[in-house]
Design a binder for this molecule. Structure first.
Ligand SMILES: NC(=O)C1=CN([C@@H]2O[C@H](COP(=O)(O)OP(=O)(O)OC[C@H]3O[C@@H](n4cnc5c(N)ncnc54)[C@H](OP(=O)(O)O)[C@@H]3O)[C@@H](O)[C@H]2O)C=CC1
Ligand SMILES: N[C@@H](CC(=O)OP(=O)(O)O)C(=O)O
Length: 360
């Protein structure tokens, strides 16, 4: 039996924090040990502090836990691993303070994704980027701590099929993606009902450039001595992001051009996507989905309401794989934005880190 990891959650009262609480409560490999949020919530029981929006109830043992401020003291110092679902306005300073306290942190916030000593990992795509942590530890003089970031929720869905295609068919020259993103992606209270009912909002601040550059860091490699990231060169990504009146689940329409000629057929692409396996699955991580990519052959799928919980929210569902008259292939994908797109990635990354000996 692996060591049960004592987990701390920063931003525990928010949309991502609530998802962490549900997911961590499901796996015997974790025990929720410390909860942190803003000074508005500190000192209250979790049940009083949070505006719970999940469809399952707050797990009993968590209801009466006291929420703390987000400082690396007390119960947080006893944690084996800390998950952050902090608002990006405060995540930078708080996560750095936790790193300096030599804690292992998995962050959902955007603040450190660009940093040249911080891995940006989607667990079903680039777990080999954990190899940079030896360099990070020596740079920050850490014995056991580290900081790893998750990707943006839309990026997290996109890179899984792109990685499968890149591995099988070689470089992708151009990718165009158009998203339809759920309201839960904006946190709570998020987009006002008067803005989103009966409507589509064709703008999500900062989202498009994030999808474009994050994809190149994630699908790129490490240099030979594992001290720097080598961003993918030669692949161009263009993203258009929309907010739609869906609760959970981001849908993305993707067109891909390959360098290889002749380009693979839709049947070859489907076979590669269905057979794609990630290290998280090979290592037997308990939250890893049976299939990383589920290919739907029905004309009108994937749909968020019907498909977002595939693989318990950890799978990417791909459908409508067909030829593209401008590029080579086009398809539609669906990712659960708060599971594989946020908290679930954090949990799966912690399982991977434990298998790789980075956590006790
Ligand atoms: N929602 C999603 O699908 C995704 C979100 N993310 C990222 O994850 C992070 C969390 O997002 P989300 O859960 O949606 O956001 P929410 O707004 O729902 O939650 C934010 C959390 O941050 C806490 N917080 C706010 N101010 C402070 C402070 N001064 N000190 C300590 N804690 C504070 C809040 O506590 P309190 O309740 O006390 O105010 C709350 O727990 C963000 O960085 C977001 O960009 C990433 C991928 C997907
Ligand atoms: N902006 C995303 C969620 C998010 O917070 O992303 P990021 O962590 O990259 O800021 C959405 O609205 O769906």
């Amino acid at each position: 039996m692996p060591h049960v990891l004592k987990a701390g959650i920063l931003g525990a009262t928010g949309t991502v924090g609530q998802r962490f609480i549900l997911l961590l409560s499901q796996y015997p490999g974790f025990s929720i040990h410390a909860l942190g949020a803003s000074p508005r919530s500190a000192g209250k029981t979790y049940a009083k502090a949070t505006k719970w929006k999940m469809s399952q109830p707050i797990p009993k043992p968590v209801q009466s836990m006291i929420v703390h401020t987000c400082e690396p003291t007390g119960a947080f110092l006893e944690c084996d691993v800390v998950f952050s679902g902090l608002d990006a306005d405060v995540a930078g300073d708080i996560e750095m303070a936790f790193l300096k306290a030599d804690l292992g942190i998995f962050s959902n916030a955007k603040n450190y994704r660009t940093h040249d000593d911080v891995p940006l990992i989607v667990p079903l795509t680039n777990p080999e980027h954990f190899d940079l942590l030896a360099h990070q530890r020596s740079k920050h003089q850490l014995k056991k701590g580290f900081l790893v970031t998750n990707a943006n929720c839309s990026t997290s869905g996109l890179v899984v099929p792109l990685k499968a295609l890149q591995d099988a068919f070689g470089p992708l020259s151009r990718v165009i993606v158009t998203t339809m993103q759920a309201v839960s992606g904006a946190g709570y209270p998020g987009v006002s009902s008067l803005d989103i009912f009966d409507n589509v909002v064709p703008y999500i601040g900062g989202e498009e450039p994030k999808m474009e550059w994050e994809t190149l860091k994630i699908l790129g490699g490490l240099n030979q001595d594992q001290t720097a990231f080598e961003f993918l060169k030669g692949t161009k990504v263009s993203a258009t992001c929309n907010r739609v009146p869906v609760l959970d689940g981001h849908t993305e329409c993707v067109s891909v051009e390959f360098e290889r000629r002749p380009a693979p057929s839709p049947e070859e692409v489907i076979a590669v996507l269905e057979n794609y396996r990630s290290e998280a699955q090979e290592l037997g991580c308990s939250s890893a989905p049976e299939q990383a990519i589920i290919v739907s052959r029905e004309d009108d799928r994937p749909q968020p309401r019907l498909d977002r919980d595939n693989g318990n929210g950890y799978s990417v569902t791909v459908g409508r794989v067909r030829p593209c008259n401008v590029f080579d292939i086009k398809f539609t994908l669906l990712v659960h934005n708060t599971i594989l797109g946020a908290a679930g990635s954090g949990v799966l990354l912690a399982e991977l880190a434990q298998k790789k000996g980075l956590l006790p």
